[in-house]
Design a protein around this ligand. Structure first.
Ligand code: F6P
Length: 319
């Protein structure tokens, strides 16, 4: 392999830039030429591809977002669209690609590999919803953002005898809610795994107010479960707390990556380049038990989401 490409795809996440830098620098230092593919698969199809140098990836290890830009391209499922993308790569002599993104991006990477372009996937998403890896690039930084926000909400909720209902991202994965809920000492955590029994949550809030005499309550809830504004109204009507909803939204996706994410991204980037140089594709990089390993993308995509029961049990014992 002489020329490789790199792209970021799907929702951005803090640490993507550190991964771009690692792939580029490790690639160049190994004698490869490295190309940046802009705006995800969209840029691949459109031929928005430019060489990356040591300098173009300078000053980015600490920056959030992705200097390559990102996009979602559902049309990439279409083989004709992928053929166009491969034509653009071949025109430039690019034989292999590192794809940083979530599971949707992995599917594209697998299809390209099957069509002769070796691809390696790196898990770039704040959701931590890629089961094969203990952590995705960006999760820890997003977690820090969420924790900082909830700590602030706790102060003001406490002053006003309020219940803060905090909606966090996760796209059907409850990790951001669960990890932040434990770290912030939340009273209640709701995720797709716990399920949402509205009456039960209201009961528990009444108990926290009347029996436990709590001055505030924090409910951390994963997105896409319920309308938190409506639920906050029900809290005000049915419990002694006055309810306030906060949707943290895209603030969770930005910010300077924490050291863990920068290191994780750098280690994963290195592993991806090493595999491509060995002529290996169709794999994704994971961190498992503190070790950077690769597994087939096909296997990664078929793994069911891991149960978080032990952490849920811990949470219940801390309340
Ligand atoms: O996958 C990352 C993520 O931020 C999810 O947590 C969220 O559901 C989704 O992307 C939001 O997507 P968009 O930025 O397209 O609104």
């Amino acid at each position: 392999v002489r020329r490789i490409g790199i792209l970021t795809s799907g929702g951005d996440s803090p640490g993507m830039n550190a991964a771009i830098r690692a792939v580029t620098r490790v690639g160049l230092n190994s004698g490869l030429e490295v190309f940046g593919i802009y705006n995800g698969y969209k840029g691949m199809v459109e031929g928005y591809i430019e060489p990356l140098t040591r300098e173009t990836v300078g000053e980015i290890v600490n920056r959030g977002g992705t200097v390559l830009g990102s996009a979602r391209l559902p049309e990439f499922k279409d083989i004709e669209v992928r053929k166009k993308a491969i034509h653009q790569l071949k025109k430039r002599g690019i034989e292999a690609v590192v794809v940083i993104g979530g599971d949707g991006s992995y599917r594209g990477a697998l299809s390209l590999t099957e069509m002769g372009i070796n691809c390696i996937g790196l898990p770039g998403t704040i959701d931590n919803d890629i089961t094969c890896t203990d952590y995705t690039i960006g999760f820890q930084t997003a977690l820090e953002t969420v924790v900082e926000a909830i700590d602030k909400l706790r102060d003001t909720s406490n002053s006003h005898h309020r219940c803060s209902i905090v909606e966090v991202m996760g796209n059907r994965c409850g990790d951001l809610a669960l990890w932040s809920g434990i770290a912030c000492g939340a009273e209640i955590i709701v995720t797709s795994e716990t399920g949402f029994d509205e009456e039960d949550v209201l009961d528990r809030l009444r108990d926290l107010d009347l029996i436990r005499k709590k001055k505030h309550a924090i409910v951390v809830i994963s997105e896409k479960i319920t309308d938190v504004d409506q639920f906050a109204k029900k809290v005000s009507l049915n419990t002694g707390f006055s309810g306030r909803a906060t949707v943290l939204g895209h603030i969770q996706r930005g910010g300077s990556p924490c050291p863990f994410d920068r290191l994780l991204a750098s280690q994963m980037g290195e592993k991806a380049v090493d595999l491509l140089m060995q002529g290996i594709g169709g794999q994704c990089i994971c961190i498992r038990n503190n070790e950077i390993v690769a597994i087939p993308i096909e296997k990664a995509l078929s793994m069911p989401q891991e149960s978080r029961k032990p952490l849920m049990n811990l949470f219940e014992r801390l309340v």
